[in-house]
Each structure stands twice: as structure tokens, then as C-alpha cells.
Design a protein around this ligand. Structure first.
Ligand code: SF4
Ligand code: SF4
Ligand code: SF4
Length: 417
């Protein structure tokens, strides 16, 4: 058992599901249905102060990381984030406090970027690729594309030297254009990229309880696979594997050590035997709770449903709320529910069965609980094994992993120095 003090990680949504865009594939906008009419989607100072105080006090680690997400958190205005800093400042003590802002980038201005730079924010900005790909799904309520506004946001971050990474969603059409997407991002001088596959399905029983949501919640093991209705924007499983493979082939020849694709970093990390920093490929869930604007705490970002509500920050401490999650079995279930098909899989150590919410396929043995992207994951993890092996050898010999770019031109033999 791992006894390292990890602390509790919380993703805060101070404006709930409110956004200035209406991306067709967004899974969060519809969460308004959970809060009812008349709701003010704005975190009060009471909730903010309780969260900041509780969060800092509950971390055994020297670094405390706040993640601000939405919806679109910049809609709250700079004053909200000035209060965040004001509430954090007296509690810093000997700790280091980091803030991460996840944004669609469209509302960033010089003033925002000056503030973000001054207070050492790390920004995650969403950009799916060149205009035609980005605007396919990332549109506003009037149907207008958001590409130009997002790119302007990226330019402002670069101009003010705000540290950032790009989150690129891989929807069905995107997967057909891996090099177009990757080369576009490189041309924009993006150094840190994370690819996020889009997988959503519609409820199995449209007349069943849905809490007013159009998208399905986590898959139950008892469901029949032939009920599955995935959304038109969901990436096809093998196509996602092909997408990652194509980008990897380009990256491993030209960009190792210059461009950091987080999906590739995670794979190398798993190959070396380290625990995954990302929940989908971690052994268990339950490390990252979600704080909604009204103080409600949920088990994770993809499980904001009434059955996963753990309580409210105004009525319980974060360690108690995290303990409720643990006791519910939410975390261990990811590992304990793995079907035999996964347990016997040759890439289990890298994949770990993927996110349980998307385990709605059946294995070779006919068992439920296989991840929808299994074919894609397998293809990708198997394809890169030879490269990971070579990179590990380089690192063991005290050489930088970037030497793989020379090695790859030959028969992938790494010579000891
Ligand atoms: S920018 Fe993000 S939160 Fe807003 S609609 Fe698009 S995906 Fe949803
Ligand atoms: S690749 Fe497929 S079978 Fe292997 S662990 Fe992942 S989901 Fe399971
Ligand atoms: S359910 Fe999915 S998104 Fe949530 S913690 Fe588990 S792996 Fe992560």
C-alpha cells in the first residue's frame, strides 16, 4: 500500500457550468439542470474563504495547488481572482501555493495576463487545432466559431510570458487529422500539449431518471452493450489510437525534449514504473474532488451527479469529505472492477483500464466493464513500447531521452557509453 502523503486535490468551479461558449461536445454546460432555476452561479466569499482555508489546512504536502475551472472561470472577472489571492496570502506560511486556471482563452486581455503573470498562475488553454478543426465544435451560442478569439488569448499569454499548456480535445473528425493538429500547435510555438479524447454517450433508457441531463452518467456493469448510443462527436476507438500513434511518430523523430505531449510523458512514466499523475491511467480514482460554486463537493469532475455528491464545504472538512468518497468505494472500484480481459492485458500497467465512466464495452470473454477506447489504447501503448524501451535504456545510461531522435533513424539499438 502506498503511504505517501498525497493530500487532497480539488478542482474548483467558481462559476459552475456557466460559459460564454456553447461547445457542442461540452459535457458540463448541461449540469445547470442539477441546480434548478434562479441559481446564481457565482461562488460567494463565504464559500471561497471556507474552501481556501480548509484546502490549505488539509494538505500535508509543502505545495498546495488550486485549480480553477468551469464553465469559463474568467467570466467572474479579475476581482474574484484578486480575492482568491487575498484569501490565500495570510495562510501561506511555509507552503508554496500554486494556482492553475483552465480557460477557453477567449476573454483574456492584457490586464488578465499581467495579473496571471504577477501571481504565477499556470494557464491551461483549450485549442483543438487549426480553425476548421477547432470551430467544428467550439462555437458560441450564436453558432460563431471561437478560434480567432482563442488564438488571440494564446498570443496574449505568450506576449506576457504566462506559463501555459494547451488542452486539445480529440473529437471524431479531429482524429482524422493528427499531423495537421500537431504541426499547427507546433507552429504556434506551443511546448506543452495534452490530448483529451471526447467520449460521451446518450442515456440507455431515454425515459429513465436523467436529472434533466442529455448525456449518460457512468456506465453500470449490468447494462447491455447493444444499448449503447454514442454521441456523433465521440472519437472512434481505433482512430484515437491511430491519432496518437501518428503524432508520436512525428514527435519521436523531431521533437523529444522540445515539445512535451503529456499523453506521451504519462506513458513513459508508467513504463518506468511510477504511479500515473493522471486519474484515467492511475490504479484507482478518488484523488481529485470537485468543488461546485455553491460549496457542494463531488467525487470527481466527470461524476458531478447527485449520487456522487459528498456534502458541502460549509458543513464538513475536506478530509471528512474525502473520507466519505473513500468509504463509498469510489476510488478502489476502478481497480477492483477490472474485467479479466484487462487483468490479462499486456498493456495494463500503462492503461489501468481507463476511466470507469467510459467502460461500456464488453471484453473478448463477453464480460462488461471494458473501456470504450480499449482498441485505441492497446494500439497506442503497444506501438510505442519499443520507443519507451529505448528511452529507458538511454536514461539508465545517463543520456537524455532526446537521443532517441538519432537512435530512431537506425535499428533502435542503444549502445552503452
Ligand atoms: S469552453 Fe469549455 S466549458 Fe465552455 S462550452 Fe466549451 S467545453 Fe464547455
Ligand atoms: S488496453 Fe483495453 S484490455 Fe488493456 S487495460 Fe486498457 S482497456 Fe483493458
Ligand atoms: S471516474 Fe474517471 S475522471 Fe473520475 S477520477 Fe475516475 S478515472 Fe478520473
Amino acid at each position: 500500500m502506498d503511504h505517501t502523503p498525497h493530500g487532497i486535490h480539488v478542482v474548483a468551479k467558481p462559476i459552475g457550468p456557466v460559459c460564454n461558449l456553447a461547445c457542442e461536445y461540452c459535457f458540463y454546460l448541461e449540469k445547470k439542470a442539477l441546480f434548478g432555476p434562479g441559481e446564481q452561479y457565482r461562488m460567494s466569499d463565504e464559500v471561497l474563504r471556507a474552501f481556501v482555508t480548509n484546502y490549505i489546512a488539509s494538505q500535508p504536502t509543502p505545495v498546495v495547488e488550486f485549480v480553477w475551472q468551469g464553465g469559463e472561470p474568467t467570466l467572474l472577472g479579475l476581482d474574484f481572482f484578486k480575492r482568491v489571492i487575498a484569501f490565500q496570502r495570510p495562510l501561506v506560511g511555509l507552503k508554496t501555493i500554486n494556482n492553475v486556471l483552465q480557460t477557453n482563452g477567449t476573454l483574456l486581455t492584457d490586464a488578465w495576463c499581467l495579473f496571471l503573470k504577477k501571481h504565477n498562475f499556470m494557464v491551461g488553454i483549450s485549442l483543438d487545432g487549426p480553425q476548421a478543426i477547432h470551430d467544428r465544435y467550439r462555437r458560441d451560442r450564436k453558432g460563431g466559431g471561437s478560434f480567432e478569439r482563442a488564438l488571440r488569448g494564446l498570443r496574449l499569454l505568450q506576449k506576457h510570458q504566462v506559463p501555459y499548456n494547451v488542452l486539445a480535445c480529440v473529437a471524431r473528425e479531429t482524429a482524422q487529422n493528427p499531423l495537421e493538429v500537431y504541426r499547427f500547435l507546433k507552429c504556434q510555438e506551443v511546448e506543452y500539449i495534452q490530448f483529451a479524447p471526447i467520449v460521451e454517450r446518450l442515456p440507455d433508457d431515454p425515459s429513465g431518471p436523467s436529472h434533466g441531463l442529455r448525456l449518460a452518467g457512468p456506465a453500470s456493469l449490468g447494462r447491455k452493450e447493444d444499448q449503447t448510443r454514442i454521441t456523433p462527436w465521440t472519437v472512434e476507438s481505433e482512430a484515437y489510437g491511430d491519432f496518437l500513434v501518428a503524432v508520436y511518430e512525428e514527435w519521436v523523430r523531431h521533437d523529444v525534449g522540445k515539445v512535451f505531449v503529456m499523453n506521451f510523458e504519462w506513458a513513459l512514466n508508467a513504463w518506468i514504473g511510477n504511479p500515473s499523475p493522471v486519474c484515467i491511467h492511475a490504479q484507482q480514482c478518488g484523488r481529485s474532488l470537485v468543488l461546485e460554486h455553491n460549496g457542494d463537493i463531488y467525487a470527481c469532475d466527470h461524476c458531478v451527479y447527485p449520487q456522487y455528491r459528498l456534502g458541502n464545504i460549509l458543513g464538513a472538512s475536506l478530509p471528512d469529505l474525502a473520507e466519505r468518497s473513500r468509504q463509498s468505494g469510489f476510488g478502489v472500484c476502478k481497480e477492483s472492477a477490472l474485467p479479466r480481459g484487462c487483468l490479462e492485458c499486456d498493456v495494463l500497467a500503462a492503461c489501468r483500464g481507463g476511466c470507469p465512466k467510459q467502460r461500456f464495452k464488453k471484453t473478448y470473454y463477453g464480460e462488461p466493464g471494458l473501456h470504450y477506447l480499449c482498441k485505441g489504447y492497446k494500439k497506442f501503448f503497444r506501438h510505442i513500447r519499443k520507443y519507451l524501451h529505448a528511452m529507458t535504456q538511454l536514461l539508465e545510461n545517463g543520456l537524455p531521452a532526446s537521443h532517441i531522435m538519432d537512435a530512431v533513424k537506425g535499428p533502435l539499438l542503444i549502445k552503452r557509453q
